[in-house]
Unconditional design. Structure first.
Length: 333
């Protein structure tokens, strides 16, 4: 494996910093914009990204940004490509490369991720255009009889094949087997499914001969289902999440970045802090948040140029809060 892959992976999970997941699809961006009264157009989506990517000082807290294909090809209002802008700030540009999900066989509930066809060529183009890492998401649903062994294995094989192709293109793969928060399942069930999912994923990673030292895991935290009625206690979330990771994730993996996955911004921050306060881990633990970083700033911006600067200040405050939580710094009273 190229040394640059390990170097890039280490850079992605360096102390104090994490990733911004700015890779919402156009469909999801539309929902975000319309929720704050902004029009959904390509130009407005470009401005939405510009609010975050041009904010002064983001490089203090961000090691990388995951982009969507449209954003990857866009530029600032001054004509600087977003990829070049990030490079100039010392932030690694990344790209989501999966093509969303499709039904798994005849199932009405389980899905697999599409996008392997033609992936090698797309990866080569992204690398040529400046990408340094990539992301692929698989979706795991907990329910009666779910997930099935067959679905877990199929999604794990897709993640492993993607990771192998990404490394071949000299791109660090982020593998994201997301165990969904939606459902009435208990925290105990979430822990059991997350551990099983990760074990199967790393079995397939090994079969596909993916280099662990040039790989990043993006994982769900272990939390109870949002319809379970069970309270989300940060200490319990931290302890169960770390226990599951230690049982399933090889120590050669440089780092684990967490998705916020339906948690509030405060919950995602507090849960991350609780893990940091547990002390040294075999891997770096940090964040790869979307809404938990962008939500408040988007509310402040609301699609108006007049609110651009104010929204950036809100974003920077959130970045600082999450960065401090990642280091285990206690919240201010």
């Amino acid at each position: 494996m190229s040394e640059s892959l390990n170097e890039a992976a280490q850079q992605m999970v360096q102390k104090r910093k994490g990733l911004l997941a700015a890779d919402e699809s156009n469909k999801t961006a539309k929902k975000r914009l319309e929720a704050v009264g902004a029009e959904d157009t390509e130009e407005m989506r470009r401005k939405y990204r510009e609010v975050f990517l041009t904010a002064d000082g983001i490089e203090e807290y961000l090691s990388g940004v995951i982009l969507f294909d449209e954003t990857f090809r866009q530029s600032t209002g001054d004509g600087v490509s977003f990829v070049k802008l990030l490079e100039n700030k010392g932030i690694l540009p990344g790209i989501k490369v999966d093509m969303s999900t499709v039904p798994f066989g005849d199932s009405k509930t389980e899905v697999v991720t599409a996008g392997l066809n033609g992936l090698a060529d797309r990866l080569d183009e992204y690398r040529m255009r400046g990408a340094r890492f990539t992301k692929w998401r698989a979706v795991i649903r907990i329910g009666e009889g779910l997930p099935t062994e067959e679905n877990l294995r199929e999604n794990a094989q897709g993640l492993a094949e993607y990771a192998r192709l990404a490394q071949k293109a000299n791109l660090v793969p982020i593998i994201e087997p997301e165990v969904l928060l939606e459902g009435s399942h208990s925290m105990e069930e979430a822990a059991e499914v997350t551990e099983k999912t990760l074990k199967i994923v790393f079995e397939e990673i090994d079969k596909f001969e993916v280099e662990l030292s040039g790989l990043i895991l993006k994982s769900s935290m272990v939390v109870p289902g949002n319809k379970s009625g069970e309270e989300m206690e940060e200490q319990k979330v931290a302890e169960e999440t770390v226990r599951v990771l230690k049982a399933a994730v090889p120590e050669d993996v440089p780092g684990v970045v967490f998705l916020s996955g339906g948690q509030t911004a405060e919950q995602a921050t507090n849960n991350l802090r609780a893990m940091a306060l547990m002390g040294s881990m075999p891997w770096e633990l940090t964040f790869s948040y979307a809404r938990a970083l962008q939500g408040a700033a988007l509310e402040a911006w609301r699609g108006s140029d007049d609110n651009f600067g104010a929204a950036q200040q809100v974003f920077l405050r959130r970045l600082k809060e999450v960065s401090e939580a990642r280091e285990g710094k206690l919240r201010r009273s």
